[in-house]
Write a protein that binds this ligand. Structure first.
Ligand SMILES: NC(=O)c1ccc[n+]([C@@H]2O[C@H](COP(=O)([O-])OP(=O)(O)OC[C@H]3O[C@@H](n4cnc5c(N)ncnc54)[C@H](OP(=O)(O)O)[C@@H]3O)[C@@H](O)[C@H]2O)c1
Length: 162
């Protein structure tokens, strides 16, 4: 099973200045619960944005075309295809961003674990690619209001490929 896991704002934004645009503890918790024990594949920029490097208790894969690129605790591959070939025996593989990995992975993914953040971020510089809703069934949705720990309302939405 290949899943994209992503949090997307109303204007399609996913990041700015190599960082996330929000701090949503429940979304972080969901990300950890879903991905722990499994394989995560990320682009080099996303790896470099991680505060403590490789994510614990997960097989970490970083995509980079730079010859000789190496990142502690991570396997490195020069293409998504080669990374996925390495993961053919892994039960769950999560594509965790950023935009270029989502772009390459959208046509291959079986599922999208989507978080919609109900706010627009006009200064964002990184966006989730357009995806065709006709190709996906929404199978699950949970809505959450803003509260003292979450500045914006958000929904967890699961899309399965039709
Ligand atoms: N909202 C969310 O859910 C979410 C999730 C993840 C990230 N983000 C945000 O997204 C932003 C980072 O995304 P980004 O698009 O700038 O960068 P990125 O996709 O994380 O990394 C881009 C780099 O990864 C390598 N790469 C990507 N796709 C590749 C492929 N198919 N084959 C080989 N190498 C590949 C290349 O590295 P080389 O240059 O080394 O060749 C490329 O320059 C940050 O702001 C981050 O916070 C948001």
């Amino acid at each position: 099973m290949i899943s994209i896991i992503v949090a997307v704002a109303d204007n399609g934004a996913i990041g700015q200045d190599s960082r996330l645009l929000w701090h949503l503890p429940l979304d972080m918790k969901r990300f950890k619960e879903l991905t722990t024990g499994h394989t995560v594949i990320m682009g080099r920029n996303t790896y470099e944005s991680l505060p403590k490097g490789a994510l614990p208790n997960r097989k970490n894969i970083v995509l980079s075309r730079q010859p000789g690129a190496a990142f502690p605790g991570c396997a490195v591959f020069p293409s998504l295809q080669e990374a996925l070939e390495n993961c053919s025996k892994d039960k769950e593989v999560y594509l965790i961003g950023g935009a270029s990995v989502y772009e390459a992975g959208l046509k291959l993914a079986d599922r999208i674990d989507f978080t919609r953040v109900y706010h627009a971020f006009p200064k964002a510089d990184t966006f989730f690619p357009a995806f065709d809703p006709e190709e996906w069934n929404e199978t699950e949705r949970r809505d959450f209001p803003a509260d003292d720990r979450h500045a914006y309302p958000f929904s967890f939405i699961t899309y399965m490929r039709k």
